[in-house]
Design a protein around this ligand. Structure first.
Ligand SMILES: [Zn+2]
Length: 241
């Protein structure tokens, strides 16, 4: 079905994608949702349409992550300008964040009717993208006490061995993201930022590197691979009388 995990918060659905039950083949099998990795674009479009159906959306806005902290407020579907944060108040418009080892985080205020999706790898930790996203969603009408975050599957700290140089870049900014001198804990860094902001969270536990049903850039080891990620949508069904 393409669903790795899902949760409903009020009228908001969050689905973490696995790589099953899509149209792509080979390195991209099967549910690749990225159009920049060398996959057949027609299959990518069909896969994105499947994702739209998973959350019952009318339209879907697709992130173009750039490992920065730019935020876009979206009100229509399609491929977005480069950005690692999408925010919307539009019902039935799904937001799709792409990743393959990086972490995606959904931010939800079902009560105020505003949702967001965030993409962060180690560069996102350095750029403090999640903090920027939280500040932006609060400025867009969310209330801190209503906000709930959902953390998607990502590469775990044990599997994410990096250079000491990279650790040195992250460490002064987000010490909770450091497992040791050669390992970065992306989800640990994300959780620390949520706790600092007094935001409740749930986590879809899972390591993209270890679980073969998830796309992993690192497991692909230089070969092309697809992207999965997480989709969030605030559903409001029209009432007809
Ligand atoms: Zn792992």
């Amino acid at each position: 079905m393409g669903i790795y995990a899902r949760v409903q918060i009020g009228n908001v659905q969050v689905v973490a994608l696995n790589r099953l039950a899509g149209f792509s083949s080979g390195n991209f099998s099967e549910l690749n949702v990225a159009d920049y990795v060398g996959d057949d674009l027609e299959n990518v479009a069909k896969n994105i349409n499947e994702v739209l159906k998973l959350v019952g959306a009318d339209d879907i806005a697709v992130m173009s992550a750039e490992h920065g902290n730019n935020v876009i407020e979206v009100d229509q579907g399609g491929k977005c300008e480069p950005s690692d944060v999408l925010i919307t108040r539009v019902p039935n418009l799904a937001l799709l964040g792409l990743s393959a080892d990086c972490v995606t985080v959904a931010l939800i205020d079902a009560h105020s009717g505003v949702i967001g999706i965030v993409h962060s790898g180690w560069q996102g930790l350095v750029a403090q993208v999640l903090q920027t996203a939280i500040d932006s969603i609060l400025a867009n009408g969310a209330a801190r006490e209503n906000l709930v975050a959902v953390i998607g599957p990502a590469i775990c700290a044990k599997c994410y061995e990096v250079s000491q140089d990279r650790v040195a870049k992250v460490s002064p900014i987000n010490s909770a993201a450091i497992l040791d001198s050669q390992h970065i804990d992306l989800c640990g860094g994300i959780k620390a930022t949520l706790v600092d902001n007094a935001i409740r969270y749930e986590q879809f536990i899972g390591c993209t590197f270890e679980e073969e049903d998830l796309f992993s850039f690192r497991r692909a080891d230089g070969k092309p691979t697809g992207r999965g990620g997480m989709v969030v949508c605030m559903r409001i069904d029209e009432v007809t009388s």
